[in-house]
Design a protein around this ligand. Structure first.
Ligand SMILES: [Zn+2]
Length: 271
């Protein structure tokens, strides 16, 4: 972008960056003292807005804008399972969440852009949720999208494809409570076993096998209402424990450091 002012001796400068990113960044930088153009959370912003400012504030070392952009992005790409499950409420922008409906594929370029920029600026603690989001798309839609085919980073592509396969495997593990033997206090073992078996069969053919945290959601417990009380309690406990355990291991699905190490990096980056 070229900026100039009238007059022979007025300075001008050239930024060889994306036009949209420049507009967000320069507006934030030039008028941040005049109004609330890019305030930190809980103020609202836009995803492209936060990404553009993150990219250029890192490049031009405007630390306070980088911190704000990272804070906004962390509301939709959290480091906790609770944050992930409630991202529609917590996020300061509209998170990418429309999957498995006809227009979902239109969001693929956004998810790839999130991964690309977070990776470029070294915000690794935001990457597990971003990779998870990306691996929720239909695989064919993902790898045939122009944003994937036209120069997207090969290393990120490999991580996504490997992570995709692992997420499907993890979904099977998350449903293991449907295969557990009846609870020791079960009063109707044959009934409880049959209820589990029926729903295990239907769940394993589910369309969201690449989304282990959603493949069995809160409303699905109603499907098991014919089971006895002790079996339902035991099933909910096993499911909750397995989800928490998977979240703890989530970075390893994408060849990232542990949450603990990434939190140390986050804390040092946000000082
Ligand atoms: Zn039972």
């Amino acid at each position: 972008m070229l900026f100039s002012t009238p007059g022979s001796y007025q300075p001008f400068f050239i930024l060889r960056d994306e036009r949209g990113e420049c507009c967000f960044f320069l507006t934030s930088e030039l008028i941040s003292n005049l109004n609330s153009y890019f305030e930190p959370p809980p103020r609202r912003c836009g995803l492209e807005h936060a990404l553009g400012i993150l990219s250029l504030s890192t490049k031009y070392e405007v630390v306070y804008l980088k911190r704000r952009a990272l804070s906004h992005l962390a509301t939709a790409y959290p480091s906790t399972l609770d944050g992930w499950r409630n991202r529609l409420d917590f996020s300061t922008f509209q998170p990418i969440s429309e999957y498995c409906i006809p227009y979902a594929r239109t969001n693929i370029p956004k998810s790839l852009s999130v991964l690309k920029i977070l990776n470029q600026v070294g915000a690794t603690w935001l990457l597990p949720a971003a990779f998870y989001e990306c691996c929720k798309y239909d695989l064919k839609d993902l790898i045939t999208n122009p944003a994937w085919m036209d120069g997207f980073d090969d290393g990120l592509k490999n991580t996504i494809l490997i992570g995709y396969n692992k997420q499907v495997q993890e979904a099977r593990r998350i449903l293991r409570f449907l295969h557990c033997p009846p609870n020791g206090n079960c009063g109707q073992p044959s009934v409880c076993l049959e209820v589990r078996r029926q729903h295990a069969d239907s769940s394993f053919s589910s369309w969201d096998m690449n989304d282990p945290f959603s493949i069995w959601d809160a409303g699905d417990w109603d499907l098991l209402e014919e089971m006895c009380g002790p079996c339902i309690v035991a099933s909910k406990r096993i499911h909750a424990e397995d989800c928490a355990e998977l979240w703890n291991r989530l970075p390893s699905l994408y060849n990232l450091p542990t949450w603990e190490k990434m939190m140390e990096l986050r804390d040092s980056s946000m000082l």
